[in-house]
Design a protein around this ligand. Structure first.
Ligand code: DX5
Ligand code: ZN
Length: 216
């Protein structure tokens, strides 16, 4: 089966955001990945809801929203108002993760949980059947264009085994350092969804870069 491709607009040209979203609308991208940062959970700030509202109005693909913020549950109504399809929250930002996952579902979105590179997959055992997707970071979150942490491939294998063992239906998404080389290794290990920022937007032919990831 072909992978789901979710280009991250963190790497788009913010001076030409509408143009870049239209490119994604035309492309073979399946979803649009949106990285929200707060300068507290991660050492960077990206964009907030005033910027994302017009983005969501133009976008014609499901929105895969990744919150790199503390207390993400505070913003469930705002993320829902964008029309988000999936809301990703970090395991490390949610002491009451089970409650947050239920709240995301009750709001009418699909819940996903994200793990930083140093957070073990085994910690998901008691939540894995409740989530639509697990997002494994391939870099430390906060910035695009970083080098892929190779150990992530082993984490994909471990997560796949946990999903099969527990009868979970969760998809496996990878974010950070994904390109055609790392993407091929991740898919071979069992990943279902690839997020790509710089591999798409730093390419001279972004639409073709999406096709190359889709055909891995
Ligand atoms: C990192 C973000 C990623 C980022 C990926 O904190 O969550 O989505 O945009 O960028 P690349 O693909 O360039 O590593
Ligand atoms: Zn992301």
């Amino acid at each position: 089966m072909k992978p789901i491709i979710s280009p991250s607009i963190l790497a788009a040209d913010f001076g030409n955001l509408a143009r870049d979203i239209e490119m994604l609308n035309r492309s073979e991208a399946d979803w649009i990945h949106i990285d929200i940062m707060d300068g507290v959970f991660v050492p960077n700030i990206s964009f907030g809801f005033p910027v994302l509202k017009p983005v969501a109005r133009i976008a014609r693909k499901p929105l895969d929203v990744h919150l790199m913020i503390v207390q993400p549950e505070k913003f469930i109504p705002e993320v829902k108002a964008l029309g988000a399809y999936i809301m990703n929250v970090h395991y490390e930002a949610c002491p009451h993760l089970h409650r947050v996952v239920q709240q995301i579902r009750e709001a009418g979105m699909l819940p996903a949980v994200t793990l930083n590179p140093a957070t073990p997959v085994a910690l998901l055992r008691d939540i894995i059947r409740e989530v639509h997707m697990v997002l494994l970071m391939g870099v430390n979150p906060g910035f695009g264009g970083q080098k892929f942490i190779g150990h992530t491939v082993e984490k994909v294998r471990e997560l796949k085994a946990l999903i099969q063992e527990t009868g979970s239906q969760a998809l496996i998404e990878i974010d950070g350092g994904v390109n055609t080389e790392t993407g091929a290794r991740l898919l071979e290990a069992g990943a279902d969804v690839l997020v790509a920022g710089s591999a798409v937007f730093s390419s001279p032919h972004p639409e073709q870069a999406i096709v190359s990831l889709k055909n891995l």
